[in-house]
Design a binder for this molecule. Structure first.
Ligand code: ADP
Ligand code: MG
Length: 402
């Protein structure tokens, strides 16, 4: 894959950069600007080289037409603050305003185009529709830089199709992310533990299957753990349960045993009588959840167990919070895992936090990004990579220029 330095002299060239600026918003307030900060260095490198930088990105899931609440305008402002320079904003993606502002760009200036997903071509299933929109994007620029790691697993116009139309290179963020994932998959230092949590086990079944072949330990918490507990024959009360996955999970438990992968499940859970911060809650053994309660976090004994299972690890990948951390009474398990990762990081282990909610959780709980080896900007993309799937946005870069 070519990098930006392989593109030659960029002064005066129009460079289209696909970034992942899909930040969580509360109204027009950005509640976690991690993805903006992670995207800024590539944009700055290009602007400093004298390029005329057109940044394209998506926000949320609009349905192929403009929707004010998904406008990238607040992101343009925050990106400007992070870069320490004005970021111009186009009110459309490939329309009259984008064309006029792209044409007027001066060397070193940065223009953010409005939400890609305001255009139905961006995510269209039809190759022709996507190619048509990609053609409009490509007509704005001379060169393409792919730096939106959070979307490289998507076959979308601004990720895949546009790279086939313009000379292209991999941005610094995508390169960093891929390097880290390579270290996790190619001969990781052992013991190698993977901590999985989050809401749904069905989101992560594929990766669990693949990890049974590479990881030494699999620690499981979050909402998905109840399907594991149910597979072991335990009552899980009103906890999140995907009954249709119990058999698959049983199969994984057997395979883990055969392959010598240690599966670590919580021994106690925080069980509440409702999904709410002020619900009545108590710590109960993991095999004795009362029928009228739901598990919303791993318990304190489990936190100690998980920390102990991580303490001697040389490589740890963590995806998915251990509990409903957004509510203070259920944040302790996630905090304990974060602390265990910080400790092994200090001891020289490679630690990777993947997943939007996991990244938000560690920041919300007061951890600094550099407490960990790497905080990935792409949960879905990193899971698909670890699952061994082909990521279209990377394949197209490897294919070279059209
Ligand atoms: P990530 O974005 O890091 O990949 P997910 O999206 O898979 O993580 O899951 C995050 C969500 O899982 C959080 O909103 C959290 O509240 C929820 N969650 C974690 N544990 C539980 C639980 N025991 N019950 C219900 N929801 C949970
Ligand atoms: Mg999530």
């Amino acid at each position: 894959m070519k990098t930006i330095s392989d593109l030659g002299d960029l002064r005066g060239k129009r460079v289209l950069v696909r970034s992942d600026l899909n930040v969580p918003l509360d109204g027009s307030t950005i509640t976690d600007d991690g993805r903006i900060r992670a995207s800024a260095p590539t944009i700055k490198t290009l602007a400093d080289a004298g390029a005329r930088v057109l940044v394209c990105a998506h926000l949320g899931r609009p349905k192929g037409a403009p929707e004010a609440k998904y406008s990238l305008a607040p992101v343009a402002e925050r990106l400007g603050e992070v870069l320490g320079t004005e970021v111009l904003f186009a009110e459309d993606t490939v329309g009259d305003d984008a064309k006029a502002k792209a044409a007027a760009l001066e060397d070193g200036q940065v223009l953010l185009l409005e939400n890609l997903r305001f255009n139905s071509g961006e995510t269209a299933k039809s190759d022709d529709e996507r190619a048509e929109f990609a053609g409009e994007l490509a007509s704005l620029a001379d060169v393409f830089v792919s730096d939106g790691f959070g979307v490289v697993h998507r076959k979308q116009a601004s990720v895949y199709d546009v790279a086939r139309l313009l000379p292209h290179a991999t941005g610094g963020l995508v390169s960093t992310e891929v390097d880290v994932l390579r270290r996790l998959t190619k001969d990781p230092e052992r013991p190698y533990a993977v901590v999985l949590g989050g809401a749904k086990v069905s989101d992560k079944l594929g990766v669990i299957g693949n990890l049974l072949g590479t990881a030494d330990r699999l620690l499981i918490g979050g909402g998905m753990v109840f399907t594991f507990l149910a597979a072991q024959g335990h009552e899980v009360g009103k906890s999140l349960l995907e009954a249709d996955q119990i058999d698959t999970v049983k199969g994984y438990l057997e395979r883990a045993e055969e392959e010598g992968v240690e599966i670590v499940l919580p021994v106690d859970v925080v069980a509440a009588d409702a999904f709410s911060a002020d619900a009545d809650h108590e710590v109960v053994p993991a095999d004795a959840i009362p029928p009228d309660r739901m598990g919303l976090d791993i318990g304190p004994e489990s936190s100690r167990l998980f920390a102990q299972k991580l303490a001697d690890c040389r490589t740890v990948f963590w995806n998915g919070p251990m509990g409903a951390f957004e509510m203070a009474p259920y944040a302790a398990g996630t905090k304990a895992v974060a602390e265990a990762l910080v400790d092994v990081t200090k001891g020289g282990a490679l630690t990777v936090v993947g997943g939007g909610d996991s990244a938000a959780a560690v920041r919300q709980l007061g951890f600094a990004d550099d407490n960990f080896g790497h905080i990935s900007t792409g949960g879905g993309a990193s899971l698909e990579y670890l699952e061994g799937k082909e990521l279209p946005g990377l394949t197209v870069l490897e294919e070279g220029d059209a």
